[in-house]
Design a protein around this ligand. Structure first.
Ligand code: SF4
Ligand code: SF4
Length: 299
């Protein structure tokens, strides 16, 4: 038995067994959820990271004897729904990740539960619509349309409608659509041409702009390319992009658009980046990265 704990060194991530029919077995998943929730209840270290953990601990605290076995299995979904797979608990907090014998991988377990929910058709059409970031983004940059969409989205009436139809809280912050997309009219390569490798990093960068930067905050990308030019670091904006699929993965969609489960992900940024290195959407990025460029995924 290993004496080494995750978190004292880089945790070992095991591939999800997502092609195994047992992966989608609800009872088997519930057993694992109960095991992991029990460990988390005894630890509570991740309380402040996201809403999953307070939801879990409130459920446990509301039982007669304050133990996980008293929580109804149906209530597990309220914990699962709050996880957006940022990986923070796994990467930065948990002392029980592999190689620890408890083999705790909270995000992967949440993803398994989400996949079961998706496979059983319990993901609503409105959730799927909200996850279609490239569909919403198609309004960005179109003169008059984008101003109209932004104006309508800021009205109280529209927000009430979004609340009732899509479940978007009226006070939730919503990004505006950009007047000009990041990629439009932009030179696709930087001014520098000589790559000087660092000790542990390649000296050139492939930029995958992400939906958010392309459609909502192109200024982030503009700043990034200015910095790279200023520091004479060669870069290339990947030729073709589409949504990396992270919003769909958050709904448990393990099939569909080129699932990359079970492989190591690039982690240049918190969410989209983990989807990219082996994604079909990032094929050009993949090629660039294989050719020795660092992946940079702003936003
Ligand atoms: S991976 Fe999920 S449970 Fe873990 S910190 Fe992120 S949102 Fe919370
Ligand atoms: S994921 Fe790990 S660190 Fe976080 S509460 Fe659970 S056992 Fe503790």
């Amino acid at each position: 038995m290993s004496k080494s704990e995750g978190n004292l060194e880089a945790p070992t991530r095991h591939a999800l067994d997502w092609k195994n029919p047992l992966f989608y077995d609800r009872d088997d998943c519930n057993k694992e959820l109960e095991r992991v929730f029990d460990i988390c209840h005894g630890c509570r270290r991740c309380l402040s990271l996201c809403q999953s953990f307070p939801t879990l601990f409130d459920l446990v605290d509301a039982t007669d004897d304050g133990e996980v076995h008293g929580v109804r299995k149906e209530a597990y979904w309220s914990v699962v729904d709050q996880c957006y797979l940022c990986d923070l608990c796994y990467m930065t907090k948990c002392p029980y990740t592999p190689p620890h014998p408890w083999q705790l991988d909270f995000p992967h377990l949440m993803l398994r539960a989400k996949a079961i929910k998706h496979k059983n058709g319990h993901v609503s059409a409105k959730e799927k619509l909200l996850a279609s970031t490239d569909v919403h983004g198609s309004f960005a940059g179109i003169p008059i349309v984008v101003q109209a969409v932004n104006a309508v989205n800021s009205t109280k009436l529209a927000r009430q409608l979004m609340d009732s139809q899509l479940g978007v809280h009226p006070d939730a912050w919503m990004p505006h659509m950009a007047d000009q997309r990041f990629r439009w009219g932009r030179t696709m390569t930087g001014m520098a041409s000589v790559a000087v490798n660092g000790q542990r990093t390649p000296g050139k960068v492939a930029i995958f702009a992400t939906c958010y930067m392309n459609y909502n905050e192109p200024g982030i990308g503009a700043d990034l390319v200015k910095l790279l030019d200023h520091n004479e670091i060669p870069y290339e904006i990947v030729e073709k992009e589409q949504c990396c699929g992270m919003p769909k993965l958050e709904l448990g969609d393990t099939g569909g658009r080129g699932a990359c489960l079970g492989r190591q992900h690039a982690r240049a940024g918190p969410l989209c980046a983990r989807r990219l290195r082996h994604r079909h959407a990032g094929a050009q990025l993949h090629a660039d990265v294989q050719a020795g460029a660092a992946a940079d995924v702003p936003g």
